[in-house]
Design a protein around this ligand. Structure first.
Ligand code: BES
Ligand code: MN
Ligand code: ZN
Length: 495
């Protein structure tokens, strides 16, 4: 793991704080916050001249570095865009951009004023949190396997000057670190990020957060009746794991909030094998599980007064002499029979048992699952938004809202009965494919719905958002850690 780790608030005047650069946010047209104004007037109107001469416009994520010759001699301006369009996402981006530009010039320490903290629309806690979150996430690099020392500078320390909220900083740090854990687990290859490794991460989180952790091995979950999960795992020599975490921060009788993750640590497709081009990316097929672990790591740190359950079905999907075959019929944990028409539609199989198990044993108030379930969601929404489907209006609406606030955008797809008809099998209860060539993402949701029971439930298809090769202000190319921040926001707004 490599990312910004030390973030603090200093009460000292910004001139007194030692760092390699002072970061100053500038709105389009030149609007400045107090420290920015101070810098400008302290150094002969230097920021205003840069704007007047057209060298800096204040566009979102625009940067300009210059020297004042004073004690805090290096200044980095970061554009915030138009003041009336300013929001927490812009601030997150500004934090990420600042961290990336500075570490790109081999700087390891920075000080910064939280831009827009004096704005009327947002609290000091929210702005501090957003900026810190952005800086940590923007500084993230995955260096675990690099043995040379090129391009490996990571910002080490950030000092907030000119005010800031301690609770916002605390939250931003925990959230940032938790998203980085999800990214790391995804970035490790499948020979390292095995189901056993996910289980040991879960145990570590449980220890730190006073949670209980239960891990079932192949024999245990097979004996329990998880025939769908077992059928996917049967082709793999790498030991599969069913992982459960339970956090009790709420009242004894309060129904828990449940998070469920697809943890396919490598998806070859099984007997319905995938083409080899880009198959390496299928090490990311456990991003749903990584999100769940990221959420629970944050829960361990933030200690919300809620009861929360997390479940992960983790296995490789491999071809082989013992692997399941197209046409096989298996029985899921809730007793429903499934005709497996394509062994590459394995995510819905492992989730079927996980959802049924959690619904039966934990009777959650709400249950949300995350899965890199379909290539079709990339066709529909690209890498910009996750797809959401669910059985509960309030839950889905809250997810859409949490997506907006967190900057992790989500778009709803319908789960009408007509789609559910598409996953009915001729000889079993359901089949793991929908209508050929049609609405592939919805077919995945329609299948899962049959296993959520009566529990208000939603499914997030994160196949498009869990990783991307584009460099964004606070999301470097690679795994994004998506759904951690959204879910924490969801816990804030949905009781
Ligand atoms: N893990 C894949 C989905 C996926 C594909 C995610 C590409 C990201 C990029 C999933 O298990 C899968 O293979 N889905 C099939 C379903 C189909 C067989 C109904 C797909 O999308 O092709
Ligand atoms: Mn697959
Ligand atoms: Zn898969």
């Amino acid at each position: 793991m490599a990312q910004l780790k030390k973030v603090q608030i200093s009460n000292q005047h910004w001139k007194k704080v030692k760092s390699e650069a002072l970061v100053v946010g500038v709105f389009k047209g030149g609007g400045l916050s107090p420290v920015g104004k101070d810098v400008n007037s302290g150094f002969n109107g230097v920021i205003k001249s840069a704007i007047k001469n057209g060298d800096f416009k204040g566009k979102s994520n625009e940067t300009l570095m210059f020297y004042t010759g004073g004690s805090s001699s290096r200044i980095l301006l970061v554009g915030l865009g138009k003041k009336k369009e300013f929001d927490l996402e812009k601030l997150r981006q500004a934090g990420g951009t600042a961290a990336k530009v500075l570490q790109g010039k081999d700087k390891t320490s920075a000080s910064a004023e939280i831009p827009g903290m004096d704005s009327l629309n947002f609290s000091a806690a929210d702005t501090t949190k957003a900026f810190v979150e952005g800086a940590i996430l923007g500084s993230y690099k995955f260096l675990d396997y690099k043995t040379d020392d090129e391009n490996n500078t990571v910002l080490k320390s950030l000092t907030i000057v000119g005010g800031g909220s301690r609770s916002g900083l605390h939250q931003g740090k925990i959230v940032g670190e938790s998203v980085c854990l999800a990214r790391d687990l995804a970035a490790h290859p499948s020979n390292v990020a095995t189901p056993s490794r996910l289980a040991s991460e879960a145990r570590k989180i449980a220890r730190a957060g006073g949670m209980t952790c239960k891990v079932m091995n192949r024999d245990q979950f097979t004996k329990l009746g998880m025939g769908a999960f077992a059928s996917v795992a049967q082709g793999a020599d790498e030991p599969p794991k069913f992982i459960l975490l339970e956090y009790r921060g709420g009242k004894k009788g309060d129904k828990p909030f449940a998070f469920v993750g697809k943890g396919i640590t490598f998806d070859t497709g099984g007997i319905s094998i995938k083409p080899s081009s880009k198959m390496d990316e299928m090490k990311y097929d456990m991003c749903g599980a990584a999100a769940v672990l990221g959420i629970m790591k944050a829960v361990a740190g933030l200690k919300p007064n809620r009861n929360i359950v997390a479940a992960i079905a983790a296995t490789e999907n491999m071809p082989g002499g013992r692997a399941s075959k197209p046409g096989d019929i298996v029985k899921a944990y809730n007793g429903k029979t499934i005709e497996i028409l394509n062994t590459d539609a394995e995510g819905r199989l492992v989730l079927a048992d996980a959802l049924a198990y959690v619904s039966k044993h934990h009777d959650p108030k709400y249950m949300v699952n995350f899965a890199t379930l379909t290539g079709a969601v990339i066709v529909a929404l690209g890498h910009i938004a996750s797809g959401v489907m669910g059985t509960d209006k309030k839950l889905v609406q809250s997810i859409l809202k949490a997506g907006e606030t967190s900057g992790e955008r989500v778009w709803e797809l319908p789960l009408w009965d007509d789609y559910c008809d598409d996953v009915k099998s001729k000889i079993a209860d359901v089949k793991n494919l929908g209508a050929s060539g049609q609405a592939g993402t919805i077919a995945g949701g329609a299948f899962l719905k049959a296993f959520a029971g009566e529990t208000p439930w939603a499914h997030l298809d994160i196949a498009g958002t869990a990783w991307w090769d584009k460099d964004r202000p606070y999301i470097p190319p690679g795994p994004s850690g998506v759904a951690v921040r959204l879910s924490l926001e969801l816990l804030n707004i949905l009781r």
